[in-house]
Design a protein. Sequence first.
Length: 466
Amino acid sequence: MMRAGIRDQWPTLLVATLAGTFGVALLHVTGLLAAAIAADDVTGESDTVALMLGLVATVFIVIAVYVSAIVTANTVATVVAGRTRLIALLRLIGSSARAQRAHIAKEGLVVGLAGAIVGVATGTAAAFGLEQFAVATDLMPATTYDYLNLAVVLPAIAVVLTTWLASWAGSRRVLRVRPVQAIGNAHEQDREELGRRRGRNVTALVLFVVGVAVLAIGVVLGLSDPSGVLIGLAGGIVSFTGIVLAAHIVMPPVLRLVGRMLGGSPAVRLAAENAVRHPERSSRMTIGLVIGVTLVTTFAVTMESYRAMILAAQKANPEVFAGIDGMLDATVAVFTVLIGFSALIAAIGMVNTLSLSVMQRTRELGLLRALGFERSQLRRMIVAESAALTVAATLTGVVLGFGYGWAGAQSLLGGAQGEPVFVFPGIPWGMFGVLLLAAGLLTLVASVAPARRAMRVAPVVALAVD
């Protein structure tokens, strides 16, 4: 049972490995940047630059842990949804819900430990390769940085703990599995059932309101102290957690709008209806990507605002800021790669959950084939569903990311010059273009394997599944 369960957890292992890689690489890269900045004639004498670097590194580490925890919890929830009948059967023969949940949490602990070990090795290798590339292309000077840094144990421990806790949280569905489901049809909760979960909905609203209030406090404190960004980070996480909990309410209207934009063919209409009819399943698939796009947009808006402020200061005091362009470009480039890692974790989370969802919908796909759907129509339905999910998540993430990005820039840079200033949000047009291309690519990648699997479903075999 344990071995079979762990085999089902390969998507969780992938997320844990990427999260460990990200955290370890981030620590190494931050150390490399700190050494390069300290050795630079211009930036080395600036306490503000060193403070900003430390704050940004702290923000990224917290974000990496948060993203991996959310994506892991959603992945585990999807895995558990696929095991509903097996869990119900075990309940029927005497196993308790608590025992089943503890079993899944134990799987998460083992998977988290394996992902952390691989992540330490991969993250260190990635940081070393990034340093060699940056030095070879003159993005940064050679430094004497020690890679045998015990601090890398911290993100490894964080990965193990978050994977374990996320598995525990994601497996809460086990508590709702009834033994009778072993002989009946298990199903996802619909909109009416989710709407009756008032405790969750009220909690989501409270977290969002409180988070926005804390975020506003961080923006105000940032007018006098750049460390206000840490307060803003806490507010951003709390408010976004509220959005995550309310994803089954937030995402269906966006999915419905996107579905109308995709056309009116039977396959497309059915794909759009699938996304809206099962908000719990759709929210699990989209929320990870929403996090990724929000992160990318937040970072891009913040860095564009930072770049505009530095260039304005350079124009006003060219003798003070002469030669800073190179280090600024290097810092932006390095952190762009790092934030891309977080987006990659989120994107893989969506691919995983979509693939698992198709695997768990064998009866539904078989019924469509029995009703006359051709293989090509099934393929179009899966591609359209993937496109609807991707576009909806991208639009939602861009809107949220622009707001969070401005708040981050304001709280980080509002008092950086010694006096309160209003930071105009930078608009990263290039990033928006890259996001559109990435969304199209993700749609194709996320739909290829599920579409092939769907086309292999035989009507008779699917309808014969218990």
